[in-house]
Ligand binder design. Structure first.
Ligand code: PLP
Length: 367
């Protein structure tokens, strides 16, 4: 059997162990420690975010953003439909009601047209969760204009888009809050982890208190607010510090991978995910839609040669759990048709050019 080619796996750069060893030597295994503080500071330097809070997962960061914004029982929250369930599950944790918004065909991200329709029916949502899909920013000018008009805060789910920009700004810093994920398949990983990018020290202080069980400053254990156990460990943060030094290399390699697919498949009935000129993606996953053929047959052909690929996220409005939630389409159901025709191609940064050529040849042979 040929060596397996993966979708996207952890790619260590070699600097991670030094940070972990330092944590061991100083016995800052847990809780907290220098790596957590420094990882947050270094992320602020890289992204330009004023403040950052390292957490156990991107999902936790989304949860805390919505908690901070006061989402509660019965509150409506708008969310991109084409995403991973982690984008909207925290709305439900807080008792809110997710309302799903379709994609626009030009970026696959939240459609301002569909968002406008949602505002006509629900003029006072508590928040909007906007996802930057597969490493490309949504078109924020249009979304933020609508959000401002209705005085609604925006949570930017940048779990997949660390290193990508929108009009020169790093994604994750555009909304009122930005969410990053460092799970194993992301552009950088801490094995599991996430970060909330916020604007002020006051926000950060509140959130840090909540995610460390909301202990009041008293000698005994005292709690006046509900707490969570969501802080990142000092060991994970050490991995993150090493990984962050390689972010620009990872983006460069992911960009090369996308270009190689684009060139290699240019004569075939496929369309790479459109790239918008308002920003620069990090190309986390190279995705495409297929004309006149079921993408499952392509995935099966790749799997037969020990190559991993995946379907596009199944939109949330098509998920059994969320079937009763309201949904606003762009014109026709854009996210559904991308799901039905789309495929995520192997985008592992350790994949060689030869391995990628093999993927391309297998795909071509299917047409
Ligand atoms: C768009 C999106 N949002 C949120 C998450 C959740 O992040 P985590 O797995 O770190 O909780 C992920 C990835 O898993 C994601 O792809």
């Amino acid at each position: 059997m040929d060596e397996r080619i993966f979708l996207s796996t952890p790619h260590m750069c070699g600097k991670e162990m030094a940070y972990i060893e330092e944590a061991f030597q100083t016995n800052w295994i847990a809780p907290l420690g220098k790596n957590v503080t420094e990882f947050e500071n270094e992320m602020c330097t890289v992204t330009g975010a004023p403040c950052a809070v390292a957490m156990s997962a991107g999902t936790a960061a989304l949860h805390m953003a919505l908690h901070y914004l006061g989402v509660g029982r019965g509150d409506v929250v708008f969310c991109s439909s084409m995403t991973f369930a982690a984008s909207c599950n925290p709305i439900v944790y807080e008792g809110g009601i997710p309302i799903f918004i379709d994609s626009e065909p030009g970026s696959w991200n939240m459609s301002p047209v569909a968002l406008k329709k949602a505002f006509e029916k629900y003029p006072n949502p508590k928040a909007i969760v906007v996802v930057n899909l597969y490493g490309q920013s949504a078109d924020y000018d249009k979304i933020l204009e609508l959000a401002k008009e209705h005085h609604v805060p925006v949570v930017e789910d940048a779990a997949e888009s660390l290193g990508a920009t929108y009009k020169g700004k790093m994604t994750g810093t555009i909304g009122d809050f930005g969410v990053l994920s460092f799970n194993g398949n992301k552009i950088i990983t801490t094995s599991g982890g996430g970060m909330l990018l916020c604007k002020t020290e006051e926000e950060k202080a509140k959130i840090v208190k909540w995610i460390t069980q909301s202990r009041d400053p008293a000698r005994h254990y005292q709690h006046t607010e509900l707490g969570y156990n969501y802080r990142m460990s000092n060991i994970c943060a050490g991995i993150g510090r090493g990984q962050l030094t390689a972010l620009s290399d990872r983006v460069a390699k992911k960009t090369e991978i996308f270009e190689q697919y684009k060139n290699g498949l240019s004569d075939f009935p496929v369309d790479m995910m459109p790239v918008c000129d308002y920003g620069i993606p990090n190309y986390w996953l190279s995705c495409m839609t297929v004309r006149g053929k079921n993408p499952v047959s392509l995935m099966e052909a790749l799997e037969a040669r020990n190559i991993e690929s995946r379907p596009i996220w199944k939109p949330m409005h098509l998920q059994p759990y969320y079937k009763d939630c309201d949904y606003f389409m762009h014109d026709n159901d854009v996210s559904k048709s991308i799901f039905e025709t789309g495929i995520c191609l192997p985008s592992d940064t350790k994949m060689t050019k030869e391995q990628q050529n093999k993927v391309i040849e297998i795909l071509k042979a299917q047409f």
